[in-house]
Design a binder for this molecule. Sequence first.
Ligand code: NAP
Ligand code: ZN
Length: 348
Amino acid sequence: MIPVKGYAAQSPETDLAPWDFQRREVGPHDVQFDILYCGVCHSDLHQIKNDWFPGIFPMVPGHEIVGRVVKVGDHVKNFKVGDLAGTGCLVDSCMHCENCAQDLEQYCLEGNTQTYNGMERDGSSPTYGGYSTSIVVKEHFVLKISDKLDLAATAPLLCAGITTWSPLKHWGVGKGHKLAVLGLGGLGHMGVKFGVALGAEVTVLSTSPKKEEDAKKLGAHHFVVTTDAEQVKAAHGTFDFILDTVSAPHDFNMYLGLLRTNGVMMCVGVPPEPAQVAAFSLLGGRKSLAGSGIGGIKETQEMLDFCAENGIVSDIEMINIQDITPAYERMVKGDVRYRFVIDIASLK
Ligand code: NAP
Ligand code: ZN
């Protein structure tokens, strides 16, 4: 076994604290990489707090992981010692169901294996995430990371990036479309960057008036403060797409009202409680309410390659692992500009 240092929650009631554990030995198809940076996703907080379902504890969060390869198994083809590597939300899947066969491992019909708060395919070994010094991952689930981009700012692409990229590509968002990005946090700011890069006219819908200047710097064309009834009224019936990245309960009916006829609201945010949706909000204007979960491995690599070609990374605030609790507190207040990234050197 490989000894690793990490930060774990021992229960939903306790703060993260140092916790040493062991990773499996590198198998023939595995890549081991030492973690240099790990992004902090709101899903980390949802999961350590049991917001969605009872978690597996101790829990080492983190699924925006980048680092450098230190060992590869005998059958590994695409990585060698010294390469940059990354891992997102997935570390395994059945690899043979209808969805896996179409590079949609995130929708594996037998259930994918999440990077943390999940079980390996043996059904009994818990997975531990990127708030740790090293990780062992099956090669298929390891991403190539370009050395052209700032490495720390690349980490959030592994979740916030792919989660916003995948629905924009699936629904063909681009030139001639009016896209609204709801919530300017980690996911939202990547949604703005991708929406702009794909040619859409982008509006940020935000509860935080003070983020307007940032939204414009990120490339957004318009900004609507959603707590201002007049501004919301003026936006009524104007968007082809809304990318909903909000982490807390909010009024879906109000936002569906902002769509044009045939508009699509793409939900990627996962509030702890279910939303109430009136059929009337959908049928007037033949609107669609849809969802999207992260992205498959092939699509994640395509997104990373697009980012390397177009110089796209996340806007980050680097923290030491010892500051994770205050970082979570700021995240709950919507005060993230626009992704915390942990410098894993602070853990060593
Ligand atoms: P984040 O950085 O905390 O951003 C969320 C943003 O939502 C906030 O910055 C805030 O933006 C807005 N917001 C917060 N509370 C709100 C409220 N009560 N009403 C309206 N807006 C509110 O979180 P994140 O890391 O981007 O994650 C966002 C959500 O996506 C989380 O629920 C996360 O679990 C989920 N997620 C889903 C997937 C997937 O596969 N679908 C993948 C990753 C994450 P403003 O200040 O602009 O209002
Ligand atoms: Zn995430």
